[in-house]
Design a binder for this molecule. Structure first.
Ligand SMILES: NC(=O)c1ccc[n+]([C@@H]2O[C@H](COP(=O)([O-])OP(=O)(O)OC[C@H]3O[C@@H](n4cnc5c(N)ncnc54)[C@H](OP(=O)(O)O)[C@@H]3O)[C@@H](O)[C@H]2O)c1
Length: 197
């Protein structure tokens, strides 16, 4: 994402596995205002109290563009997109000139039968000279060691914590997966096999 110190960031699905890690890393890397969206007020409160987000809105409470504009009144430099659809449209509107979008996931269109959302402000990408790039974690295996060297000391010192929802028993794997799609998880959802620690 080429985050530079002081830049303002918006993260969608901020309470999930990717979103909590993104928030914690962005905070460590000196992000400016850090804004997220999540599906419940309880998730929003967790993110501001424990993960380091400055403001988080529940996207069910109004049009996403309005909620984002209120949470980031001066705009954003970077959008980490786990959702697509209305969230992406809102972010394009809030991005400043030369802003960047990193497309990670498409939770708003998780079923192949979901009607695709037609973005109405694509011309803004040209007008504001925005850049949008797809991110695939499998393309970055070569920096795994670099990530470990950066993050592990912060985990050991307690400067950053883990955000996990644990489901016990391998038999729960389908329910855990469906629950994740419905937003029942906070942080990474982990299925713990019997006997595992
Ligand atoms: N590109 C890659 O390499 C890569 C790697 C890992 C994951 N991903 C993608 O990144 C995204 C996040 O993954 P994750 O593992 O961290 O999942 P996650 O965020 O832990 O779980 C998905 C979350 O999405 C939210 N959600 C569900 N439907 C939504 C909707 N219609 N609009 C907005 N939010 C919705 C739910 O939380 P709420 O309660 O907030 O709605 C749910 O908890 C997924 O799209 C995943 O496919 C990409």
């Amino acid at each position: 994402a080429e985050l530079r110190e002081g830049q303002d960031v918006f993260v969608s699905a901020a309470a999930g596995g990717v979103g909590t890690a993104t928030g914690r890393l962005a905070r460590l890397m000196g992000a400016g205002r850090l804004v997220g969206s999540a599906g419940t007020a309880a998730k929003a409160a967790y993110l501001t109290e424990h993960v380091g987000y400055d403001a988080v809105f529940d996207y069910h409470t109004g049009p996403t563009a309005e909620l984002l504009a209120k949470a980031a009144p001066d705009g954003i430099d970077l959008y980490m997109d786990n959702v697509g659809g209305e969230h992406l449209e809102a972010a394009i509107s809030s991005l400043r000139a030369y802003g960047r979008i990193v497309r990670i996931g498409t939770m708003a269109q998780k079923n192949s039968t979901d009607t695709p959302y037609a973005l109405r402000n694509l011309p803004d990408i040209v007008e504001k000279s925005l850049r949008m790039e797809g991110f695939l974690v499998s393309n970055y295996r070569d920096v795994q060691e670099e990530l470990n060297a950066f993050v592990v000391p912060h985990l050991q010192s307690g400067r950053i914590g883990l955000d996990e929802t644990v489901v016990d028993g391998f038999g729960g794997i389908v329910d855990a997966f469906l629950g994740m799609l419905r937003g029942e998880n906070l942080g990474k959802i982990i299925v713990r096999a019997a006997g595992a620690v």
